[in-house]
Design a protein around this ligand. Structure first.
Ligand SMILES: C[S@@+](CC[C@H](N)C(=O)[O-])C[C@H]1O[C@@H](n2cnc3c(N)ncnc32)[C@H](O)[C@@H]1O
Length: 419
């Protein structure tokens, strides 16, 4: 009973749905704290301690949070962000200051990537402001130190590391000219007073947090994010979260497969929200026309794009993705295999197996799975992207180029695809 009570307390406080990380992770964290405090294993007593001592609750949260992140994670959102700044914001917003929020920022890789991208675009520091927030004080201390190991550098193009880091012993120290561009602060997205009184943002990155929440908490968080964004603002979410946005947000067709969303205005939401009594129309299999060329401040032409990953609706595949993100690769692979046995061939399951194999250095097997995913679903964007990267790393330039071109075509078509 008390473990359930502890789980409920965590959900109320930080939004965590324990099913996303598993009850055993919570139990292990609680047991670690009991050992550190020389307590016996009485869960009731520990629950009472949590209720009465705010610092203990904060320490348990530190034990539970998953800080997994790296520089320029997923790459495409950052490419889209740079285009957004160059093609839209600079044209539209003249002398204003570009305001960006990274929540959750974990150990700093995401907001520093944003700052490096803006610096490398030549935007002076006086023209932008980056806020970075996380619930974990421990992560924020690491972020402010700005020292990183190889694990934070997982993308193919590492030229940014040469430009902005110095190797100190076996760690990379981020230089001050970038560190000084990010303003870190501790905060909880679910705190009713979260960022009260701050000016709204042009861009919010909220990636790989909503995936740990249940549907009601996701909705609550999206309301908070709506308030934090300007009407013309753009929200970037993680690719595993794209399936959440069905009613109140519009996928940006200008930045296909970057998981970028704009607010639907309230009156438009009311107009576009389907009558719940009616069955939902089926999505057309064939993507519609290409998106038109970007014009500053014009509304996006295509409402609510769903990507291949957004269609990972099955709970077991979602769980497999979470497990893989937490580094539980064998468990993630098992779930995918089970899914394939029970449900038959699925592009998403093959894609995930590809990711798991790649993470364990088995690139030939990874390639095999991504090709299977593409056989089933030739427009599977993530498999195309990963295959292209793999070929680039192997020096197979021609094949990589062909895959890139195919990826661009599919991404452009997906941008015009209507949900
Ligand atoms: C997986 S990291 C994501 C980091 C980064 N956005 C990315 O995508 O690489 C998740 C982070 O969410 C933070 N977190 C968890 N619950 C939170 C909450 N309620 N409010 C703010 N941050 C939270 C954790 O401390 C952790 O650093």
């Amino acid at each position: 009973m008390s473990l359930v009570a502890i789980e409920q307390l965590l959900k109320q406080t930080m939004g965590l749905d324990v099913h996303t990380i598993g009850e055993s992770s919570i139990l292990r964290a609680v047991q670690r704290r009991q050992e550190q405090l020389h307590l016996d294993s009485d869960l009731d007593a520990y629950y009472q301690l949590l209720r009465s001592t705010q610092t203990e609750l904060e320490t348990l949260i530190e034990e539970i949070v998953i800080p997994e992140t790296w520089f320029f994670r997923d790459q495409r959102p950052f490419d889209a962000f740079k285009r957004l700044v160059q093609e839209e914001w600079l044209a539209r917003c003249g002398g204003q200051i570009l305001r960006i929020l990274s929540i959750p920022c974990s150990t700093g890789e995401e907001p520093y990537s944003i700052a490096m991208a803006l610096h490398d675009l030549g935007l002076p520091a006086t023209r932008f402001h980056v806020d970075a927030v996380d619930i974990s004080a421990r992560n924020l201390v690491r972020a402010q130190h700005g020292r990183y190991r190889n694990n934070s550098f997982r993308v193919h193009d590492l030229s940014f590391r040469q430009r902005h880091f110095t190797l100190v012993d076996d760690e990379y120290q981020l230089e001050e000219h970038i560190r000084g561009l990010v303003h870190f602060r501790q905060g909880n997205l679910l705190d009713p007073a979260f960022l009260n009184g701050v000016a709204p943002y042009d861009v919010v990155f909220c990636r790989n947090l909503l995936i740990y929440f249940d549907r009601a908490t996701q909705e609550q968080s999206l309301q908070v994010l709506r308030k934090l964004l300007k009407d013309s603002g753009v929200l970037f979410i993680g690719h595993a979260e794209a399936g959440l946005f069905l009613d109140s947000w519009q996928a940006s067709s200008r930045y296909p497969s970057a998981f970028a969303f704009r607010k639907l205005r309230d009156e438009r939401r009311a107009r576009e929200r389907p009558d719940p009594a009616l069955p939902r129309p089926k999505k057309s299999k064939r993507p519609a026309s290409r998106p038109s060329t970007a014009k500053p401040a014009a509304p996006d032409p295509a409402p609510r794009t769903r990507t291949a990953t957004a269609r990972v609706a099955d709970n077991d595949l979602r769980e497999a993705l979470l497990l893989a993100n937490q580094g539980h690769l064998a468990e993630a692979a098992n779930l995918c295999e089970q899914h394939l046995q029970q449900q038959g061939p699925s592009a998403e399951a093959f894609h995930l197996l590809g990711l798991v194999r790649e993470a364990t250095g088995q690139s030939t097997e990874a390639e095999g799975f991504w090709r299977k995913a593409l056989y089933l679903e030739p427009h599977h964007l993530e498999s195309l992207t990963h295959l292209a990267l793999l070929c680039e790393r192997r020096g197979e330039r021609r094949e990589a180029q062909l895959l890139r071109q195919r990826t661009e075509r599919v991404a452009a078509l997906a941008g015009g695809d209507k949900a």
